[in-house]
Design a protein around this ligand. Structure first.
Ligand code: PMP
Length: 375
């Protein structure tokens, strides 16, 4: 018979520069008793809410022979209404909100539209590991400046304006609360960045993926949108909303910025099922966000516990805590894993990040740490 022969390995196409030899980003997905490694919300939906989400998905399924609503204006309006409630700002119009498959896709789209060859994006280390990857994918140069030393990892208005003056970036990414440090930024820092970027028409993106976990009195950059047309605030339903599996992130900005993003988005990027699920989740936000207060107090207790053991601990406004291990961090990570607790070896050398779980998860972490990293 005329069977095709195996392809010559040498005939395999070679990925472009920047892609060849690279590994896909992602933390290990392991079956463990206590998964505290990717800053998820540990609380799943109630059976009633799971059923409501299921029937919304069923309803959407009856129309799956058609493409989804490309503009998703209902969802975008409802996201705006949620933000008005959450941050006490006037509700942004649907045209000022844009939604995509996670804030990862939102950032990717922003860099596609506003980055590119000859343009630079600036971030501050330690930062979320995906930022350089969005830049790589979009042929944007990625440059960084350092935050101050731990445990505060401070970022001041002066540091931000100096870095902007040095690099003249098209895009600056500020993360508040920051991953992996957990630290939130004062609005003076955000304002200084927006002002410093205005003369060169640069864009400031404030990534508020963990915004809903911020402590009382810590403001959101949403309150500055009216004054700074070059400001974009990104949010996600993955964290506080306990909806990481549904993939829904969004941004708020001047509608002209949303229009530029609409040019680069793939047609029908947000499936009908995703839109239906996200809208149902928004309608049930009281339940989904109901655990945020508990997670905040668990976070504060965890940070206090770690400080009490003598660790250096970064002040956290997020749903995770970054602390400095006594022993080698990789050994501590491994010893915790052997005890069923999966955390993350991320951030500056010697530091570890633990997500805030259920009270049971957090207790298991504290117990395991006694053996994994004795003081
Ligand atoms: N920004 C930050 C700072 C994050 O930590 C994460 C997730 N770890 C994201 C964005 C992306 O989250 P998602 O795509 O699930 O919205």
């Amino acid at each position: 018979a005329n069977t095709p022969s195996a392809p010559e390995p040498s005939a395999l196409p070679v990925p472009r520069d920047g892609i060849v030899g690279e590994a896909p980003y992602g933390a290990p997905q392991l079956e463990v008793a206590h998964a505290l490694n990717v800053n998820e919300n540990p609380f799943g939906p109630s059976p009633e809410l799971a059923a409501a989400i299921g029937s919304a998905a069923s309803e959407a399924a009856t129309g799956l022979h058609r493409y989804p609503d490309r503009e998703a204006l209902d969802l975008r309006r409802e996201l705006g209404q949620f933000l008005a409630e959450e941050s006490s700002v006037p509700a942004p119009a649907a045209e000022a909100v844009w939604a995509a498959n996670g804030s990862n896709e939102i950032m990717h789209q922003l860099l596609l539209a506003y980055g590119g060859p000859g343009r630079t994006a600036l971030g501050f280390t330690p930062h979320y590991s995906m930022y350089p990857e969005y830049a790589r994918d979009t042929y944007t140069a990625w440059v960084t400046a350092e935050r101050g030393p731990g445990p505060d990892f401070a970022l001041t208005a002066e540091m931000v304006t100096a870095a902007i003056a040095e690099h003249t970036p098209a895009i600056v990414v500020l993360t508040s609360p920051n991953n992996p440090t957990g630290t939130a930024l004062g609005l003076d820092v955000v304002e200084a960045a927006a002002r410093a970027l205005a003369p060169t028409r640069g864009m400031l993106v404030v990534d508020e993926a963990y915004g809903e976990f911020r402590r009382d009195g810590v403001p959101s950059a949403l309150s500055l949108l009216d004054v700074h047309p070059n400001l974009v605030v990104t949010r996600t339903m993955s964290k506080a909303f306990a909806l990481a599996g549904a993939r829904l992130g969004y941004l708020v900005a001047d509608p002209a910025i949303v229009d530029a993003v609409r040019v680069v988005r793939l047609p029908y990027h947000l499936s009908a099922v995703t839109q239906a699920v996200a809208r149902t989740a928004l309608a049930h936000r009281e339940e989904l966000l109901g655990r945020v207060a508990l997670l905040r107090s668990e976070r504060d207790a965890l940070a206090a516990h770690l400080a009490g053991r003598g660790h250096e601990v970064a002040p956290s406004d997020a749903n995770f805590v970054l602390f400095r291990a006594f022993a080698d961090r990789d050994d501590v990570f491994q010893a915790l894993l052997e005890r069923g607790v999966l955390i993350r070896a991320v951030g500056p050398a010697g530091w570890l990040r633990v997500s805030v779980g259920t009270p049971e998860d957090n207790a298991a972490f504290r117990t395991a740490l006694e053996e994994a990293d004795p003081r």
